[in-house]
Design a protein around this ligand. Sequence first.
Ligand code: GLA
Length: 728
Amino acid sequence: MAEILREGNIFHLRNDSISYVLCGMPGGVVAQLYFGARLERVNAANLLRHAGVPADGSFDVQESMLDRLPQEYPAFGLGDMRQGAVAVVAPDGSWAVDLRLTGAELPGEKPALAGLPATRGEGSAALRLRLRDAHTGLEAELDYAIYDDCPAVARSARLINGGDAPLTVERAYSLCLDLPDSDWELVTLAGAWARERDICRRPLVRGFQGVSTRHGASSHQTSPFMALVRRNTTEFSGEAVGAALVYSGNFVAAAEVGQFDTTRLLLGVNDDGFSWLLESGEAFQTPEAVLVYSGEGLGGMSRGFHRLWERHLLPARWVGRPRPVLLNSWEAAYFDFDADKLAAIAGAAAEAGAALFVMDDGWFGRRNDDSTSLGDWQCNTGKLPGGLSALGERVRAMGLQFGIWMEPEMISPDSDLYRAHPDWCLHIPGREGITARHQFVLDVGRGDVQEFMYEAVSRTLRESGAAYLKWDMNRNFTNIGSAALPASRQKETAHRYILGLYAVLDRLTRDFPDVLIEGCAGGGGRFDAGMLAYVPQFWCSDDTDALCRLRIQYGTTLVFPPSTMGCHVSAVPNHQTGRTVPLETRFAVALGGSFGYELDPRALTEAERAELRRQVAFADSTQSLRLYGAFYRLLSPFEGDDTAWMSVSADLSEAIFTFVRAQARPNAMPPLVRLRGLDPARRYEVCQTGEVYGGDELMRVGLCCPLAPQGTGDGCSVLYTLKAVNEA
Ligand code: GLA
């Protein structure tokens, strides 16, 4: 049960597993005292003394260096020499900020955030602190929430200009967490297109370190996430503090180890290329940041995030619900198709038992390659006579749902849309526009552009009767400037874009609640909690090679649950790597997420097509276990050739286990993998072999995984389902 205990100006947020403690100091600076495993009682004197506060509790900003004090929302300029969380330029040109506590409220459940996605508040306890800077009139509302059912705290800040003159916000992070020591290692995610989310772990060093993006999106290159772990923390044990931002644009995630070997974590919208003009009375809302604490290693942290997103963030109507096994036309046909070819591929998908056929890029305008037509969302009736409705009907007549691809945020210079509205893209007048994949980025912060996007998408959904939409976004921002904003507001462009994107997604998901939207950004280039508030699944990567996918999917599960990852079986040799991986291993790996195909089944042998039918049936029957079970990473592809993971049902009666050996190893004993999360007191049958083992045995001894005979090649796998059996 989440609760907020108040003793004077000490606030203790806690639930069954964690505590977060903060304190209004004499004079009003808000100090941060603790985040970690649950505390029964708090005597703040101990923690304050550590921070240099005299034993009598008196605290004087003049003399007691702020540089020592752990703080909730610090700023640079008045004694704290570490990186601040907030910077605001006053009318006199100064930019120091000194926010002091003026009041605190307990609003019951956590309120929603205006204009931004955030975790839902059912089953939470919330705290709002009000602060004010006397010099500028800047006010801040710091919002906190703790949940009954997750080891997590959510935080956000709202800055309000309570003075008479305009203020310019130059930095407004969502989170500052000051921890009393620096004996941590920093975990972040790093990648590139087709190589998303490698896990990076390194010791913290004195000074400033972290990750950030300027791509306009949360990016392929990193993710709005970081974790601190103790040196001895493993996947299964030890402390881990995870922080994630519910945001899809430019961000900073940083850790600063200061002169006293304390650690400050900062997370928020990137202040590089950002500012926000606040007229008198106006407010700026930061995105929400969430903190997860685990005493059970990185695995415990991940399960904390997974549960938080599943229960409080992902669109509620899609959680727990089966996802249709789909076949996507991209790698089957690319731009080269007509209605008959698509219908033939769809027919083969139906034969395999798939539930959804998705037509990818290439159906609109004059789009026969990637050089043209983004923005011209009219069906190319040369390719598809009868239009979207005819193709949709034809596919539905086969017993399949129909799905469609769009890239609504983009505009090709060679498009009717660009010729009509050259001002609608991000651009800097007088500078040459930089194209990428031959396209510009629409200025999604503009109301007229949002209206256009909504109209284009909703018309397409209506015409096609689509039950599924793949919402793509295929390039980084350049030439960041908006024709709709005055010079003083140009640095608002990138954040206004993300607010506009959320507004469109919010409207569409309300108006088309039954359309399953899968996010995509050149694969996993915007795979973040902000997008996942609207789209329950995201195409994990444009790399569909099963062995590459081991790393991509493993890294993604650090923060996001299997249900959110779009994972498909594709053809061999693989189109990205040229590698041939056995079909059963491609299948086992794609089962790690929302499952589908990215190939033309007509090109398979009769035996392979029969195999597909068995695969689809298996994927369907194991959906809830695979997608919504408690997820355990067992062996890491970042540490060796072997990768293994498993999911366990909530009542511990069922589990599914996957093992993959990337490189064949001659003369090796069969692997023995210790399972996790089972009931040690129960016995489990391995359904594929009929053998029965104790849960304790499987977790302490391990499960032996006999691989295919020697000489079979790379990429062997074992896939087992386990069921608890009644004792005879
Ligand atoms: C991006 C996506 C792919 C595919 C293409 C179509 O690269 O990630 O899956 O949809 O666009 O152009």
